[in-house]
Design a protein around this ligand. Structure first.
Ligand SMILES: C[S@@+](CC[C@H](N)C(=O)[O-])C[C@H]1O[C@@H](n2cnc3c(N)ncnc32)[C@H](O)[C@@H]1O
Length: 284
């Protein structure tokens, strides 16, 4: 999407499920608690009014209009580099096939352009981890645009499961998987990370501190050989480290991006992979 493009966002309250709607210019439906946000690429007062007439369980509570570039805070100079990856968030412009070190990510209105410090930290962590180990099965909880799942597939993971609670993230991530030709490797699905979780060699977790606090107390937290953790401020670093399961250790010192840490945690000794490069850290 063009950073100058205007977004028209209608906040609705009520209803129990994201409404199935087909309206001109609709970019997506974002449920958030008791609210539903309808994102449009053009003004849609009339269409929203018509929708409310036929769905009296919803009411319009707010309306926002802003530049897409302000919503996503996209980079002026593209593509940009993170870890091993070159990232283009304007696939329409890149004109290139996505190679193994190139991520073509159209985040739409979802989180995961690659610019946010927590995403950058996770991408650096993945880049470092795959230099030393080769986790085959990866679980990406809170996948957003799918960027971490796609990066893991490009680094050599053979089975990646990407989960998000937001249906708009699921469709966005699935489109990005196709764009990067990893749809055979990455399975994207709707799901709640607070529920039952599948096993994997590596867990990527970039959600938020409240989620981490609860998750780290669950027995599943120790079930993954390695965990990449982000989504909290540096002032909470000691707290998060204190919540790590007994017996786990940090593979590397925390990676800090703009004051936001990312941890690489080994729960039990990760087996050395075929591309073991030893304990040294390259300068990503
Ligand atoms: C900070 S974004 C991370 C996106 C992407 N993984 C990245 O690193 O850029 C967090 C994502 O977690 C999702 N999320 C929040 N709570 C969740 C839950 N309980 N289960 C699954 N996904 C959740 C949100 O919808 C959002 O897409």
């Amino acid at each position: 999407m063009n950073p100058q493009q205007l977004l028209y966002i209608y906040e609705l309250k009520g209803g129990v499920r994201p409404p199935a709607v087909d309206m001109k210019g609709l970019l997506g439906v974002w449920p958030e608690g008791e609210y539903t946000y309808l994102f449009f690429s053009l003004p849609a007062e009339a269409a929203v009014a018509a929708f409310l007439d036929t769905h009296p369980e919803f009411r319009l509570t707010d309306y926002y209009r802003l530049r897409y570039g302000d919503w996503q805070d996209l980079a002026e100079g593209e593509p940009f580099q993170v870890g091993r990856f070159t990232i283009s968030t304007r696939p329409d412009r890149s004109g290139e096939a996505a190679g193994d070190n190139h991520l073509l990510i159209d985040p739409g209105v979802m989180f995961g352009s690659g610019l946010h410090p927590t995403t950058r930290g996770c991408l650096r962590a993945l880049s470092l981890l795959y230099l030393r180990l080769r986790p085959a099965r990866v679980l990406d909880l809170g996948t957003g645009s799918g960027i971490l799942a796609i990066a893991a597939a490009k680094l050599g993971a053979t089975e990646v499961e990407a989960v998000d609670i937001n249906p708009l993230a699921v469709s966005t991530a699935a489109a990005n998987c196709r764009r990067n030709k990893v749809e055979e490797t990455v399975r994207v699905r709707l799901g709640d990370a607070r529920g039952d979780l599948p096993s994997a060699d590596l867990l990527c977790l970039n959600i938020h501190l409240d989620f981490l606090r609860t998750f780290l107390s669950r027995p599943e937290a120790r079930a993954y050989g390695c965990v990449i953790l982000s989504g909290f401020l540096q002032k909470h670093l000691e707290e998060v480290i204190s919540l790590l399961p007994g017996g786990s250790r940090l593979e590397l010192p925390p990676l800090i991006e703009n004051g936001l840490p990312t941890l690489i945690v080994a729960n039990h000794p990760c087996e050395r992979g075929v591309n073991d490069h030893g304990p040294t850290e390259p300068s990503f």
